[in-house]
Design a binder for this molecule. Sequence first.
Ligand SMILES: [Zn+2]
Ligand SMILES: [Zn+2]
Length: 129
Amino acid sequence: MHKGSCLCGAVEYEITGPLGPIFYCHCSRCRKANGSAFNAATPIAAADFRVVKGELRDYRNAAGVSRLFCGNCGSPIAGRRESAPETVRVRIGTLDTPVEGKVSAHIFVGSKAEWHEICDDAPQYEERP
Ligand SMILES: [Zn+2]
Ligand SMILES: [Zn+2]
């Protein structure tokens, strides 16, 4: 069981199943949404994801991609895709429980920030694997 929360504590969530592989997405949309070099996330089964305190707000773009965040402090918590509702991609920086494992892949490296240097040996993909 994993637990996570937003910066202000208004939102808390639980993950009752295993975490998937950790990936860093370097695409420009993830950089905007996270204000950082990349989005560190892991796919989990949507059925294993439960908000136990507060509620998430949903920013959904025209392509049917939702970014779920705390409406009070703005912490990005998770993402999901209309075309794959069975999966939720949790922003692992919001987890409060320890995460076993390291980054398994870098995706959308073709559009990564020019000021960011990738310094590990995980495989890199131009877009998706
Ligand atoms: Zn918050
Ligand atoms: Zn991305």
